[in-house]
Ligand binder design. Structure first.
Ligand SMILES: CC(C)(COP(=O)(O)OP(=O)(O)OC[C@H]1O[C@@H](n2cnc3c(N)ncnc32)[C@H](O)[C@@H]1OP(=O)(O)O)[C@@H](O)C(=O)NCCC(=O)NCCS
Length: 185
């Protein structure tokens, strides 16, 4: 990819709307979380590939909290846009809403950030175009993605430290008021 290529956020903005059919439901009659995750992956892929001009893979997801259940018959809309680009990676912000067709009531069900990485036909990392930020919101989203990336890096370091520091005695101390029974053999 030519290093001087830049693209607008609006060039790759993507919206997918899908009707929630009965086969997407769990035994409680609500839509499976996995169905929504799959749709989010799909819209992230479309958005990322449009920006990159290459196929992409999903590297990570930060984070998915389902705020409201989604019903069979609802229309789920997923709005995706590029928030940040690195060299081969792109952070794609996805806002998911569900709408009751009859009442027209729309509910925000979640917002997540997918990191997609562009690869070429030889499965090698491929540099993606830079991003042209036209609005204060686009500038804010880019900056927030940088901050999340830094926080994630610190979090990973802390988790590694925890893994190395928790010995059996420390673990047993932590379990004192938890709902588990230790039966060490
Ligand atoms: C994600 C993947 C491409 C990273 O490849 P890699 O050889 O480790 O490459 P690097 O460490 O150089 O990372 C490449 C880019 O991905 C980013 N990246 C890698 N792992 C990441 C993660 N867990 N979260 C966010 N970004 C990540 C790096 O920051 C880097 O970004 P940059 O090019 O913009 O600087 C590789 O691990 C992979 O192909 N994973 C499987 C993806 C897949 O199959 N997804 C579907 C899941 S079922």
């Amino acid at each position: 990819m030519n290093e001087t290529v830049y693209k607008y956020v609006r060039d790759s903005e993507t919206v997918i709307t899908e009707l929630m059919i009965p086969s997407y439901a769990n035994f409680g009659g609500k839509i499976h979380g996995g169905t929504l995750l799959s749709l989010m992956d799909k819209v992230a892929y479309v958005c990322g590939s449009k920006h990159a001009g290459e196929y992409c893979v999903t590297a990570s997801i930060d984070t998915v909290d389902f705020l409201h259940p989604v019903d069979v018959g609802d229309l789920v809309s997923l709005m995706a846009s590029i928030n940040y680009v690195g060299k081969s990676s792109m952070v794609i912000g996805i806002r998911v809403t569900s709408q009751n067709v009859k009442t027209q009531q729309e509910i925000h069900t979640n917002t997540s950030y997918f990191t997609m990485v562009a690869k070429d036909e030889n499965n090698k990392l491929s540099q993606v175009p830079g991003l042209i930020l036209e609005t204060p919101q686009e500038v804010r989203r880019f900056a927030e993605a940088i901050i999340r990336k830094q926080l994630k890096h610190s979090f990973k370091q802390e988790i590694l430290k925890v893994k190395n520091e928790v010995d059996i005695q420390k673990a047993l101390d932590l379990l004192v008021n938890e709902r588990c029974r230790v039966e060490l053999k």
